[in-house]
Design a protein around this ligand. Structure first.
Ligand code: ATP
Length: 242
């Protein structure tokens, strides 16, 4: 049984259908990269999986449980954690306080402030600094750490690279590699296609709210993903499922 199964999900913003019947699965321990142009529906899809946005129809099955109607805070307790676009830290609180707050939202497990600081060593000297005084990379690490403190089975990462310099993005991804190799299940939204393909097991490209391409990251080519990204893909091509 897949850890996550999204079935024919439809999500609206008022009259706009931002997600139009998306289906996908994620196995335990897998990393799935969600790619697509601006406005394709990636953030809306992640938020609907996390319960931050109510789906209009379709189902999100997590670890065998249908999450329809389950509010976001309950999903965190079941093991789904979202790192939102823009990080949304409590800027007047310290790194440690933000992390501890993440712990109160979740469930018991192995994650602790010390383990987060080991995972993101750049945060160690910033432990008692206010989040509002951190660099972009440090803020991103704190946001991911806060989500990890809830001891998730599934980590949803929305554009962790946004607004960071290439060097800092490399550092954040180096830490993510540790998480990935320790078996954390991740869905990540990433604009850099090369990075998305190299870090993930599976890739799903969304176009105008629909899955335009889904396949193994090791099999699909960057060219195929680029075509799907711009709506130029051919149905039936290798690795193209939709
Ligand atoms: P980006 O890469 O720009 O974040 P995305 O793929 O994450 O894009 P979404 O943010 O999910 O896309 O947006 C999908 C569609 O829904 C877009 O047409 C967007 O304008 C619209 N949308 C997103 N949020 C809202 C909102 N709060 N109210 C109304 N429409 C929205």
């Amino acid at each position: 049984m897949s850890l996550l199964s999204v079935e024919n999900l439809v999500v609206r913003h008022g009259l706009l259908q931002a997600v139009r019947g998306v289906s996908l699965t994620v196995e335990r321990g897998e990393t799935l990269a969600l790619v697509g142009a601006n406005g394709a529906g990636k953030t809306t899809l992640l938020r609907a999986i996390a319960g931050a946005h109510q789906a209009a129809s379709g189902r999100v099955i997590f670890d065998g449980t249908d999450l329809s109607g389950v509010p976001a805070h309950e999903r965190v307790r079941k093991g789904v954690a979202l790192v939102p676009e823009g990080r949304r830290l409590f800027v007047q609180m310290t790194v440690e306080e933000n992390l501890l707050l993440g712990g109160t939202a979740g469930r018991p497990g192995d994650w602790s402030v010390e383990r987060v600081l080991d995972t993101f060593p750049n945060l160690k000297p910033r432990r008692h600094a206010k989040a509002g005084h951190l660099s972009g990379g440090e803020q991103q690490a704190t946001a991911i750490g806060r989500a990890l403190m809830s001891n998730p089975d599934l980590l949803l990462l929305d554009e962790v690279s946004l607004g960071l310099s290439p060097l800092v993005v490399d550092r954040v991804y180096a830490s993510l590699h540790g998480l990935i190799s320790s078996g954390t299940t991740i869905i990540l939204v990433e604009q850099d296609l090369n990075r998305a393909l190299s870090v993930s097991d599976k890739v799903v490209c969304v176009l105008e709210g629909r899955v335009a391409l889904a396949g193994d990251s090791a099999i699909v080519s960057r060219d195929e993903v680029t075509k799907a990204y711009f709506g130029l893909h051919r149905k039936g091509a290798e690795g193209v499922l939709a």
